[in-house]
Structures are given as C-alpha cells and as structure tokens.
Write a new protein. Sequence first.
Lengths: 296, 256
Amino acid sequence: MITFVVFSLRRAWQGFWRNALMSLAATLTMVLMLLLLAGFFVLQNVLLASLGFVEQKVEVVAYLQHNATQSQTDDLIVRLEAMPEVASVEYVSRDEALRRFREAQAAQGREDLTRYLEANPLYASVNVKLRSPADLRTVTDALQSETEPIVRNVLNIQALVDRVLTVTTFVRTAGVAMVAIVGVIVLFIIVNTIRLAVVARAEEIEIMRLVGASDAFIRWPFVFEGALVGLLGALIALGLLVAAADPLSQAMVGFFNVLPLQLGSLARDTAAIVLATGLGLGVLGSWVSVRTYLIR
Amino acid sequence: MTVAPPSTPPSLFDRLTGRGHEPRPDHPVVVLHDVTMRYPNGKEALKDVDLVVPEGDFVFLVGPSGAGKSTIMKLLIRDELATRGVVIVDGDDLARIGRRAVPRVRRKIGIVFQDFKLLPRKTVWENVAFALEVTGTPRSRIRPAVDRVLALVGLTAQAPQYPAQLSGGEQQRTAIARALVHDPRIIIADEPTGNLDPVISWELIQLLLRINELGVTILMATHDAEVVTALRKRVVALEDGRVIRDETGAGYHRED
C-alpha cells in the first residue's frame, strides 16, 4: 500500500515535469477557466446583492387620518408587525414627515416653500418594509380604509413593483444560467485538456497494461497528476484574484458599501469554489481520460 | 530448503542458477479450444481454433497478415475475450477470471513487439525496471532483478543508455529483458525480428532459444521463413482465421 502511494505520487510528479509543456498548457487552461468561473461567481453575487438592495426599497406607505389616536396607531403597528410578510414597520409622525420633506427639498437645492404655510399639510404614515416585494398586495389589502378606519389611503405602487419584480426575476434567472453555462464550458475545456495530456502518454499506459499493471497503478498516478494540475491552477488563479481584488474593491468601495454584500464570506466562498473546482475537475478529467485504457 | 509444490514451478532465476527443474511437458501452458473470435465490426478473425502448447515448447505462428496471429496474442493477454470457446493460460480460464485477476495473468506472459515499444525518455535500466515498478514491486527487489535480467540478455554495459543510442538488436534485447523481468511462463513475440537485419535476427533467435532452454515457453509470430525452416521447431500455420497446419519439426512452408 505504501509502495503504491509512493509510486503513484512519484509517477505523478515525474509525469508532470517530463511532459512540462503539456502540463504547463493544462495548468494555464485551468487558471484561465478558474478565473472565468470566479469572475462570473463574483459578478453573480454582486448582481444578487444589487437586486436585494433594489427590492429592499419597496415599502408600503399608509397615510393616517389626522384624528388617529396614539393607541389606535400603536395597535395598527403591532398588528402589522405580527404579519409574516412584514419585515419592519416605521411610524412617521406629521412633524417628522415635514422635517423629511424639508430635508429632501434642501438636498435638491430648492427653496423651502412650506414656511409660507400656516399649518403642516402632511399626514402621518406607517412605512412598512416587506420581506419580499411580491407580498405587496397582501399588505396593501390589509391596510385599506374599509378594514382600518384610521388609514386615509395607501400609496399605490403595485405597477412599479410589478415591473421591478419582472426585471429582478429575469436577471436572477439569467445570472444562474450564465454561471451554469460558464461552468459547463469550464468543465469541458479542462477535461479535454487533461485528456490531451493523458493521450500524449498512451504508449506508456499501453506498456503498463501489457506488463500486467493493475488498474489502480495505471489510474492513480494520472489522478494525482490531474489533482496537481488542478491544485496548482487553483493556487495561481487565487493568487491573481487576491492581487486583483484590492485595487478593484478600492475603486468600487462606494458601490460595495451600499450593497448588503458580505465581502469576507464572498471571498471565502470564491476561494472554496476555485479550489474545489480546480481539484475536482483535475481529478475527474484524469479519471475519465484514463478509463479508456483500463481492462475491459 | 523446502520443495516447491507442483503448481509453482521454480523461477527463471532458480533455473538460471542451476537450482531449477526441467519444464513439465505434460503441463499445457496455453490451451485454445474451439475458439472463435468475431470483432464488433463483424469480422471473424478466428474460426474454431484448437491449440495446445505444453510447457517448454517453442512454437512458430506463421501465416499471412490478417490470418489471426495477432488476435491469438490479444486473446492470450485477455486484451480481448473470445466470442466462443475456451482460452486457458497456465491453468486460468480467461473467460472465468475476474477483471482484477487479469494483471496477475499478464505477469505470467512476457510480450515482445516488432516495434520494441520502449519508452524513449527512460534508460535501458529504467525501461526494464518500469515493468516491476508499475506492478508494485518493492524497490529493494527491483534492482537485483533488473541487473540479473540485463546480464542474461547481455546488456549490462548499455544499462545507462537511452533507446535512441542503441542498435535495433539492442533495443529488442531490452524489450526481451523487460518481458523476462516478471519471470514469465510464456514469452509471446510478435514479429520480433521484423525490423532487424538477418545477422541481428539470428542473434535474437539465439537469445530466445536460450531462454526457451531455461524452461520458458515461446510463442513467436513471424514471417521469417529462413529462421523457421532452419530451426525445425513446431510450426502452427494460420490462414483466414483457421489453423491449417500444426507440425513439429517443420519448415515455414508445407513440405509434403
């Protein structure tokens, strides 16, 4: 057993270096493919985060009657918070609404016209954040004046939300499809490259068969060699990614800060995917390529 | 020293060092019974072939290209399975042994090809050692085995050289050394002199005869009429997948 493992590892190492050009080509292909895959994976995550960010912005705004009492309002908020579709509820008083209005006007450089008014014309409101924009109708329906007398009216943004949902659903599906397609391309190119490296050594395998080498002795050196190519490719790809990550995130720091994106876990996931894909495809590629030569 | 049981005859090296016994002519080392081989493309390469080779025999397989000589060799190393009939090598029915037992059977057979099939990037020594390495032989046993078999074929001095530095005859002797290093029961040689000039061919035949005298059964496919006729060994002639002649002490061509 030890003889076998030592033999396989030694042969894998020799095979890698004796066929340096082929191994280099395979490793380089591995690096490029893994970079492509990692790029699409990161892009997909940024995309998902962006979509989540957009969807977060969807909220139901219910304006309250001026005569709504504190206890009626509190009661409404408690009942809203109990709904499974609701993520959070914010109460905006009339004064707060006016303050925000003035702030918004000032931010846009407009003159504050409200100071000419004798009284605050704005309504108090409850702003309901949703777990999913798809639940907009359920929450809107629950807030109609017929069932909730203190509600004056609900801002109707159904049409807008429908459009947002159409776009985000499409982009999500397209993103998954893209990663899947890139994954399949990467799979085929890597497996094919490793197959070439194995075929280049067909004569050696043939001799091994003829002198009575068992399947394991033929297969495992190639599997280890494939793993070596995969591991080396993954490490180089990761090195390049790390080198590129810093300037890239510096340039996009403003963009990333807005997004609900966990950069730490994204980096970890990307590293795991690159390593697992490199190693996995290296092994898989060798395994299927060498199978042709084994005992029928 | 214990006496080896009949099922495990003494090794080549035991015989080389004079500790061995005579081969057992009553022990058929190759049996083909009623063998038909049809390839997936429909071609019938062998038809109802019967062949029994006792241990220690020297058999020439002759016949035109495509007569079935190579197919017999492929069946013996179980590269192919016979469509019908029984193929037995040293007591193993090749249709009945599992895939895992195939390497064990192949180690009882040494194969030599017309084109030598040496690895160009390994030395003579490494080429021979390769056969042992890939079958899991511990390194401590590889060195003496390779040295002895290289001495037997007369290539001790050429051990550190690469195949490209050798003559054709030396390359083929390297291949024979590799075939012998597993201490096989049988040597199968597929036109071993096909790429060699007549003088070198004779040297190679002399080497095979010596190996045969050590008790190794030899099955040699050849087109070399001069060699076959001169040696007067057993001749099995194939034509169109059938055995058309099986004579002991015969020539390359039918003589009656």
